[in-house]
Design a protein around this ligand. Structure first.
Ligand SMILES: [Zn+2]
Length: 206
């Protein structure tokens, strides 16, 4: 368990470097957090480039999102505190702007993306076979975090590893930062495969 802000900074900075190298942190997008042992949360500040995070780009907030330092936390802080509130085992959250996630949720207007049949599904916690299917919720994008969080509360579940926001990106969470990173990398892979499949099928029909 991460004990203090100082303990949380290295894994959060490393997550930014990792995700940026994967193309998942363009143009200051995304936000990352870790829940500490005392219930407070270490989270990236608003506006920092996630591929070039420094120690001062990570700050402390209370469990309800109240800043505990004279800095401005991510604009999407409420979506982090909500996941921690709902899922006691969640200790790390990554939000990234996924290219295939943006395109897929632009062309597929439903309120879920179904992932099935792919070996990579086993990267998610609790999944031990490719022969399964998960429906990740998709929520319409909004700048109103209260409204968006109310939508999210109605459809996220502890047995799902993630949700998507339309034409925006996705949220993943895990029991620690490596677990959240694994889910982020796996989901990006799976969304890319979905997009490529859609393109191949469209090309085959043309
Ligand atoms: Zn975002």
């Amino acid at each position: 368990m991460t004990a203090s802000l100082q303990d949380a900074i290295p894994p959060i900075v490393a997550a930014g470097n990792f995700l940026h190298a994967q193309g998942l942190a363009p143009a200051t997008s995304g936000n990352y957090s870790l829940r500490l042992g005392d219930g407070n949360i270490a989270i990236t500040v608003s506006g920092a480039h996630k591929g070039r995070l420094t120690d001062s780009d990570v700050m402390l907030i209370a469990a309800d999102g109240t800043p505990l330092e004279n800095k401005r936390p991510s604009a999407e802080t409420l979506l982090h505190t909500q996941i921690y509130d709902l899922f006691p085992t969640a200790r790390a959250i990554l939000h990234v702007h996924s290219r295939p996630g943006v395109v897929l949720t632009r062309v597929m207007r439903g309120n879920a993306i179904v992932l099935q049949g792919c070996e990579m599904l086993k990267a998610f916690p609790g999944i031990h076979t490719h022969a399964t299917s998960i429906a990740l919720p998709v929520f319409d994008n909004s700048q109103d975090m209260q409204a968006l969080s109310q939508e999210v509360a109605q459809r996220i579940r502890a047995d799902l590893p993630a949700y998507l926001i339309r034409e925006h990106g996705f949220y993943v969470w895990g029991q620690d930062m490596p677990a959240a990173e694994r889910s982020a990398e796996a989901l990006e892979f799976l969304l890319w495969c979905e997009l490529q499949t859609l393109q191949a099928q469209t090309g085959a029909r043309a």
